[in-house]
Design a binder for this molecule. Sequence first.
Ligand code: NAP
Length: 341
Amino acid sequence: MVMSKVWKLVRRPEGMPAAEDFALEQEELPPCGEGDIVTEALVLSVDPYLRYRARGLPLGSVMFGSQVARVIESKNSAWKVGSLMVHYQGWRTHTLITSKSLSAPSGENFGMQPLPDMEGLSNSLGLGILGMPGNTAYFGFLEICQPKAGETVLVNGAAGAVGSAVVQIAKIKGCKVVAFAGSDEKVAWVKELGADHCFNYKTTDVGKALTEAAPEGINCYFDNVGGQFTAEALPHMAEFGRISVCGAISTYNDDQRNIGPVGTRSPFNEGTVIWKQLRIEGFLVFRWDNRWLEGINQMKRWIIEGKLKYKETVSKGFENIPKAFIGLFHGENIGKAVVTV
Ligand SMILES: NC(=O)c1ccc[n+]([C@@H]2O[C@H](COP(=O)([O-])OP(=O)(O)OC[C@H]3O[C@@H](n4cnc5c(N)ncnc54)[C@H](OP(=O)(O)O)[C@@H]3O)[C@@H](O)[C@H]2O)c1
């Protein structure tokens, strides 16, 4: 009999998520049947998109989320006891993964896969720069922005898991980078990563900063923040600019803004989009499922060659997951936020 600690969503978040939205419970796992495996969590991820998930997840469900886990029991020859994997079965210490779930098409199990060979790097990077956020930066920037050497790239959320990687990939590709982050400490780190300019958006006028730092206009805008930031950035786009709409964290706690027709006014001024002939494309990283290891392997090479740096904000203890999650919306993390069990 395997017992699991689980964090359940017990109250619908209103605005900023709060500790009372979640409850820690114990659950007995069903027995491990033919073709099933049981895993034990090592490191769990907290990600901004979970705020979206919390809008629709039935109350009383285990919170969605990813983790690096070790297989501790297996009745499936493809998964040996002791092997490591990344799965998306939620905020739980122990998990029964059924044969049905293990054999589901990748689109249905959210990228469940063996942990890639970390070549001596920390396993937790499988949730960060060598996992979903790393590939978000790699594919979401390179494929959608199609940056060319000498072009000017704007990145916001630049000290986060995705943004800090985009800053560095843009530099590797020979671009000029103008970045924004939410504290002076973060700004200093983003400059260390190679950004040509970085501003604290909380204490700087975004429009004025862009006029000074990118008078030539922005060719590529990798947007993690959306909302008012985008409204201010848009007039600074160069003709034929490309905007990769990766995230909109500034709007995630606004429950009036949702997928579909209901919403507030768009930050996109249509006139600017038309007259500057901009290309704006949203994406979900799992679009590149079939090229997953290409991104991970390239990012790993860049780390080993010293071209790509990363930070993690590590919270210790399964009981601290909600706190770490809520911290994302207060800018408490630098680099990837993870929780070790
Ligand atoms: N499209 C996809 O497939 C995909 C995949 C992964 C992530 N994403 C998106 O990419 C973005 C970054 O994700 P991440 O994992 O790298 O998270 P993260 O940047 O590591 O963590 C969140 C950061 O966002 C900033 N933030 C919070 N509230 C904000 C606000 N109101 N305005 C501006 N900045 C705010 C905070 O930094 P500051 O101190 O700088 O404010 C915070 O540290 C998110 O929008 C996420 O949803 C999209």
